[in-house]
Each structure stands twice: as structure tokens, then as C-alpha cells.
Design a protein around this ligand. Structure first.
Ligand code: PEP
Length: 254
């Protein structure tokens, strides 16, 4: 049975700590060409040092410019951090926050992530808020509880109006960069659950509208099956986002 969708698909590429400016420019140019005209909403998130270069290439196209993180403060003595004011200055449209690599390698907790989410929203950015359980949490039957906590705490203090700027990315940590993808049914179960958490927080209409991406070893071969699920509204792509040949087929899935 064909699912009637009320949400647009949103496909985002997270380039992580890869690519020099020249390499990033080449990929951005190839994607601008490949994704025009595109059927869905698109974003690329280069490393900070390539934001200006890539921003100049995607400006005025159907590809949004994303940053992979921001500082929890607007400015000040925060050595090594990048602020929302600086990202605004570079023309960034959206910020990925709470990525599992930030949570688990750099020990960012829900309170810090929530501070960043609120600051990014205050400055008019879209936010992709990543949530997802570790393998041992899944094996202990805690996947839903972890996603509930990360969603609720990540969104604490976010108003119903601001919620329209939020995309949730469900990224089971055990599926990121491992080649292991959640089955479409397993992913759908958590997506539907996260939508129910949003319904409790913001009401049924907001839950119907919020875009929930799946992330974790998405590739051209599994994208269409994942996207066919009722509550999966797009993808946050890591490894396969690093080449036009592997990202464009995901972005243009049908
Ligand atoms: C990610 O880092 O957000 C991600 C989903 O990576 P990969 O596609 O490589 O699993």
C-alpha cells in the first residue's frame, strides 16, 4: 500500500573531519550539478574550515549549508570553539547537534546539547538533533528509553514555534560507520516511537509535521527501503556522503 506522505524528505550529508577546501569544493560542485533539479530537501555539512568555500558554491541552489557543531556560548574565552555568530557570518543554514561522535568521543551530555540547541534556535538556525542508542543499550532493551531521554532533554525549553526548525536524526550508534544498518522495520519502530514522544510534548499536529531522519550506514542499496517506511523522512549520511557517486543516488532515491 502506498503511504501518503505529509512531510518532505530531507537528505543530509555529514562530511565529518574529511576534505581540504579544494576537495570539498569539488564535491560541492558535483553535488550542485547532480541534485538539480532535486526532488527532496538537501544539506551538506562540511568541516568548519571548508564552510566558506562550500557556502559560496551552494549559495542560491537547492542545497543548504550545514555546520557539524557549535559552541554553547555566543562568544568569549572558549579556545578552539566556533560560535553561532561566526556560523551566521558564513551563511550557515543549519547546525547538526548531539551527533553520537560529539556525545561519546567528546562527552557532550544532554544538558550541553540542549544549551546549544536553544542558542542555535535563538539565532535562527535550523537544527538537526541526533539521538540514538549504543549497542549495549539496545541489547538491554533500552533503545526507546535512551531516545526518549535524548529527545526530551535535547528539546527542553524549545517552544512549539521553534520546533518547526528542528529535524530529529535517529542514529543508532552501532550502525554509524560500521556497515550495519538497522532493518527498515527496526528503524521504523524507533521513528514511530520518537514521533509519539513529540506528540506527548507538543501535540499530534507537531508530531505529524516533524521530520525524522535515519542515519547509520545508509547507502544507495538500502535508502529506498528505509524511506518507504511511514515515519522515516530522510537520511543523515556519513561515509556515503563523501563522494558524489555514492551520495547522489541516495539523495535522488525514488
Ligand atoms: C553519521 O555519522 O551521521 C552517519 C550516519 O555515518 P555513516 O553513514 O557513515 O554510518
Amino acid at each position: 500500500m502506498e503511504v501518503t506522505r505529509s512531510r518532505d524528505y530531507f537528505i543530509a550529508g555529514n562530511w565529518k573531519m574529511h576534505k581540504t577546501r579544494a576537495e570539498a569544493a569539488a564535491l560541492a560542485k558535483a553535488l550542485v550539478k547532480a541534485l538539480k533539479p532535486g526532488k527532496h530537501k538537501y544539506l551538506v555539512a562540511p568541516t568548519f574550515t571548508a564552510l566558506e568555500t562550500v557556502g559560496a558554491i551552494v549559495k542560491g541552489t537547492n542545497i543548504l549549508l550545514g555546520a557539524q557543531n557549535c559552541a554553547p556560548e555566543e562568544q568569549g574565552a572558549h579556545t578552539g570553539e566556533v560560535s553561532v555568530l561566526q556560523l551566521k557570518d558564513l551563511g550557515v543554514d543549519a547546525i547538526i547537534l548531539g551527533h553520537s561522535e560529539r556525545r561519546h568521543i567528546y562527552k557532550e551530555d544532554d544538558t550541553l546539547i540542549n544549551k546549544k540547541v536553544k542558542l542555535a534556535l535563538k539565532h535562527g538556525f535550523e537544527v538537526i538533533l541526533c539521538v540514538g542508542e549504543l549497542l549495549e543499550e539496545r541489547e538491554k532493551g533500552k533503545a526507546e528509553a535512551v531516545c526518549k531521554r535524548q529527545t526530551e532533554k535535547g528539546l527542553a525549553g524549545v517552544t512549539p514555534e521553534e520546533l518547526s526548525k528542528i529535524t530529529i536524526a535517529y542514529e543508532p550508534v552501532w550502525a554509524i560507520g560500521t556497515g550495519k544498518t538497522a532493518t527498515p522495520d527496526d528503524a521504523e519502530a524507533i521513528h514511530a516511537y520518537i514521533r509519539s514522544v513529540i506528540a506527548k510534548l507538543y501535540g499530534a499536529q507537531a508530531a505529524k509535521q516533524i521530520v525524522i531522519q535515519y542515519g547509520g550506514s545508509v547507502k544507495a542499496e538500502n535508502a529506498a527501503q528505509l524511506m518507504a517506511k511511514e515515519d522515516i523522512d530522510g537520511a543523515l549520511v556519513g561515509g556515503a556522503a563523501l563522494k558524489e557517486e555514492t551520495f547522489a543516488p541516495i539523495a535522488k532515491f525514488s
